[in-house]
Design a protein around this ligand. Structure first.
Ligand SMILES: Cc1cc2nc3c(=O)[nH]c(=O)nc-3n(C[C@H](O)[C@H](O)[C@H](O)COP(=O)(O)O)c2cc1C
Length: 381
């Protein structure tokens, strides 16, 4: 199927699957263990019904949305994704540039395959930085200082990785550090020549922000220790709040009590996220966690939601349930996998046009008007 015939994000995913070696496709497409949580993310969105209101003049629809004092042209941004250039060479930069061009936020991952400085330049004011707290405080401080120097105003600290997620697909694909060219990998590359040639041209991707530190890594455990720590606690968050002068978001909040504590600590917002179902199989989908969180937060800070957004209407569902803004990880990534820069643009256009259409169908001219009264099961309506 050609890019122009891709009608949905799911179509782009299928096209990406045909162009990318399995081990690299699975790296992005996969979830934790039996992928129950990842599946539930999508199912739960489908279960949220919105009832349209008719005979409202929707000839002018405005998709602008403000969050954390910045106004964007759409109510969604690009979530942080580590090592995305392994999925498609140059993906990080393509997405940062897309976000700048469309005036939506781009979150540069600590574990990106492009340095935070290069991504700050490409996103040009639309960039936020995602931090993994390392087991080595000097590593964390180094990243913070670099993020400040690069001009990032918003820091998103990820809380939902006390341990790396267990992803069965990656184990089956025998992904290892350092990367090994097994006969199977070579065969998969040979079957995807465009990916293989583009990858050769770009060189092997690495976790660019830690390139020097990880040069001598000989195991996955080495990488993990540098990137994350099981010892990240509320005390550390308190210190981080004092240390970071810009806006601070906590990503990976699923419990109302945790959301409440983030607000008490002076965070500017949270991302209700289950990491796209990549951390635990047993957890709740984010749209199910959201209402209790929105109630606990009660307007004290911004609520952003991600995990499972594949349709424009999903953003309206999230908004109706109490989110201020949304992020998507894989939807835009699939676009890049399906067709590089043009594919990324196609993914954005699909989501945005779906959103415009859904707003009109719902009888709302802007995001501001979308609230709980549209929920089919809203008791007070
Ligand atoms: C391949 C991949 C890598 C990711 N890497 C990071 C990361 O480095 N830091 C982080 O906070 N979240 C990371 N995430 C989670 C995303 O930021 C986001 O929460 C998730 O993709 C949302 O779910 P969705 O893909 O269904 O939209 C990653 C997700 C994927 C798919």
């Amino acid at each position: 199927m050609g890019l122009d015939r891709a009608a949905s994000v799911d179509d782009l995913r299928l096209r990406a699957k045909r162009r990318i070696p399995r081990f690299a496709f699975d790296l992005v497409d996969g979830g934790a263990e039996n992928e129950r949580n990842m599946r539930r993310n999508s199912e739960a969105f489908e279960e949220v019904e919105l009832t349209p209101r008719y005979m409202v003049d929707v000839s002018k629809i405005d998709t602008r949305s403000s969050v954390l004092g910045q106004t964007f042209d759409a109510p969604f941004g690009m979530a942080p994704i580590g090592m995305l250039n392994a999925f498609w060479p140059g993906a990080d930069l393509m997405l940062a540039q897309l976000c700048k061009a469309q005036n939506i936020p781009y979150v540069a991952s600590s574990a990106a395959s492009t340095t935070l400085e290069t991504l700050a330049e490409a996103a040009d004011g639309n960039g936020w930085f995602q931090l993994y707290v390392s087991s080595d405080p000097d590593v964390t401080e180094g990243l913070l200082a670099r993020a400040e120097a690069a001009g990032y105003g918003t820091l998103m600290v990820t809380a939902d990785v006390p341990a790396a997620g267990k992803r069965d697909r990656d184990i089956r694909n025998q992904l290892a550090v350092p990367f090994r060219f097994t006969p199977e990998v070579i065969m998969q590359c040979a079957m995807n020549p465009r990916w293989a040639l583009t990858s050769l041209k770009h060189g092997a991707p690495n976790v660019a922000n830690y390139a020097d530190l990880l040069q001598s890594a000989t195991s996955y455990a080495d990488v993990q220790k540098t990137l994350i720590t099981p010892g990240f606690t509320w005390d550390d968050l308190k210190h981080l709040r004092a240390r970071w002068k810009g806006q601070l978001l906590v990503k990976g909040v699923l419990h109302a009590k945790d959301a409440d504590m983030c607000a008490d600590l002076g965070c500017d917002g949270i991302v209700v996220s289950n990491h796209g179902g990549r951390q635990v199989a047993f957890g709740p989908p984010t749209v199910e966690a959201l209402p209790a969180i929105a109630k606990a937060v009660a307007g004290r800070m911004a609520i952003i939601l991600d995990s499972g957004i594949r349709r424009g209407a999903d953003m309206l569902r999230a908004k109706a349930l109490g989110a201020d803004f949304a992020f998507t990880g894989r939807a835009l990534a699939y676009g890049v996998g399906a067709g590089g820069e043009v594919g990324a643009q196609r993914a954005f256009d699909i989501l945005h046009l779906e959103l415009v259409r859904a707003l009109g169908q719902l009888g709302a001219v802007s995001l501001d008007g979308v609230g709980p009264t549209y929920l089919s099961k809203f008791k007070d309506a």
